[in-house]
Design a protein around this ligand. Structure first.
Ligand code: SAH
Ligand code: SF4
Ligand code: F3S
Length: 458
């Protein structure tokens, strides 16, 4: 029997953990829920459907979910109509065993099932407890995502990952690579342009792999569809002023791509290329498929074409067997490159990954000591790098109000630096504004808008 719902019990809440893929998936699932007649509830305690879109990249990310879930599971004892959903990467990793751990759950669904939320919920409303974690061909979503921002939007281009980095759960939980067709991607971007979005970020865990699973090749044997081709294919979409993409893999980053970014004016000069370690031996054991010398050559090449390009990356410290000397090589690379941003993490052994059971696991003390030392260096280097913005005029895409000062708005430079300036959000949201930078801190800038002098007509 299908539960009849009235408007009072049609409220949903989603809490999202993890990376941009999860944020994009949550926006699509929110779109599906709204299409089903549910309304957003900021407060989970007022919602009848609560969905946790989860992350399992490190142990602390996974543990967070259990503490959130525990609270809502208790609530279900007094409100049996409450629907509890765990989606995303923990759902995929744990599957059925999540039901044993939290029997109050109604639906456990892996990331490949995000676009099937409506069907899955229907099964729940029909009285079933559902686990959807089998590998599937990801279907195109026909509903409109409920996007958090009015200025900038995520666009998935490739799902999954075929790499086998020895520390990483992503291939296990996101499955094999599945590229969307260039036509479907362009259609989504065109719609975003029509809706007034000015910036898009093309998303993939290994975006350089885009297209290698699609049919077709050039006479020279190159894949017909590559990320570079995709950039040329979508860059003229009306209304879209800025194109970003993430995450890049040093193993596949090509000079052809670098040239395209330099040539196409809408492609932002910002590159997120994780290096993970500055030591060749560690990189080898991580199965990353490049050396630190190759990484440096990529950055040199980018700067040859685009001297001001922003470079960001991720790094892991305390990988099994990492010696002090090998860690020093990570410090050295960080010192030399001059990153605009670096996300750092202590290695966390993950279930089902090869490195988790290797000898040479380091103590928490050693890992956190290395993390602190790296972070200390990162703060200094990033503050230095930020100084280059002083006195410059930068174009800022206004995204929101500054939550700490309502007289200010905030947005990002083309290079992705967060920037604040005085202004009215109602007037400026989604606008590109030229701003002269007057203050440069490590992670953000402050400036004043530059008034465009209008020519006086005689
Ligand atoms: N696809 C991207 C990264 C995806 S995961 C890439 O290839 O770089 C995001 C980041 O989490 C990684 O770059 C890595 O720095 C970090 N990470 C992944 N697994 C981890 C683990 N087991 N312990 C600590 N950090 C990890
Ligand atoms: Fe994980 Fe490596 Fe794939 Fe990135 S490329 S998602 S680190 S397996
Ligand atoms: Fe986390 Fe899954 Fe992304 S594990 S980092 S949410 S792909």
């Amino acid at each position: 029997m299908t539960t009849i719902m009235t408007t009072s019990n049609r409220r949903y809440h989603i809490t999202t953990f993890g990376c941009q893929m999860n944020k994009a998936d949550s926006e699509r699932m929110a779109g599906i829920l709204e299409d089903m007649g549910f309304e957003w509830s900021e407060d989970p305690n007022q919602a009848n459907v609560i969905l946790y879109n989860t992350c399992t990249i490190r142990d602390n990310a996974e543990q967070k979910v259990y503490s959130y879930l525990g609270r809502q599971a208790k609530r279900k004892h007094s409100e049996p109509d409450l629907t509890l959903v765990v989606a995303g990467c923990v759902a995929q990793q744990e599957g059925e065993s999540l039901l044993r751990r939290v029997p109050e759950l109604d639906l456990v669904m892996g990331p490949q099932h995000a676009n099937r939320l409506k069907d899955l919920l229907q099964q729940v409303f029909d009285g079933n407890q559902v686990v959807a974690t089998e590998a599937v061909h990801i279907m195109e979503d026909i509903t409109k995502p409920r996007r958090d921002s009015k200025a900038t939007a995520w666009v998935n281009v490739i799902y999954g990952c075929n790499e086998r980095c020895t520390y990483c759960v992503v291939p296990g939980v996101r499955g094999i690579e599945q590229s969307r067709t260039p036509e479907a991607i362009r259609a989504e971007i065109e719609e975003l342009g029509r809706q007034g979005y000015k910036e898009i970020t093309l998303l993939g865990q290994n975006i350089d792999a885009y297209g290698r699973d699609l049919p077709g090749s050039t006479p020279e044997g190159r894949h017909l569809h590559t990320l570079t081709d995709l950039l040329y294919y979508v860059h003229d979409v009306p209304g879209i002023e800025r194109i970003r993409f993430a995450t890049s893999h040093p193993r596949y980053f090509t000079e052809r791509l670098i040239k395209a970014c330099a040539e196409l004016p809408k492609v932002c000069e910002h590159f997120h290329i994780p290096f993970q370690s500055g030591d060749n031996e560690v990189l080898k054991r991580m199965s990353r498929g490049y050396t630190q010398e190759k990484y440096r050559r990529i950055i040199d090449k980018i700067r040859e074409y685009m001297p001001d390009a922003s470079i960001s990356a991720d790094a892991i410290v305390g990988f099994p067997g990492e010696t002090e000397e090998q860690f020093q090589n990570t410090l050295k690379l960080t010192e030399d490159i001059g990153f605009d941003m670096l996300n750092t993490a202590a290695y966390s052994p993950r279930p089902g990954t090869p490195a988790a059971i290797w000898d040479g696991q380091l103590s928490e003390e050693v890992k956190s000591d290395r993390l602190q030392r790296l972070n200390h260096l990162v703060n200094i280097k990033i503050a230095e790098r930020s100084q280059r913005y002083m006195g410059r005029t930068e174009e800022i895409l206004v995204e929101d109000q500054n939550p700490k000062d309502v007289t200010q708005v905030m947005g990002r430079t083309g290079g992705n630096r967060l920037t604040f300036f005085t202004g009215d959000i109602n007037e400026l949201k989604g606008q590109l504004v030229k701003v002269k930078i007057t203050e440069a801190r490590a992670f953000s800038l402050t400036g004043i808008p530059v008034k465009v002098q209008e020519a006086v007509l005689v």
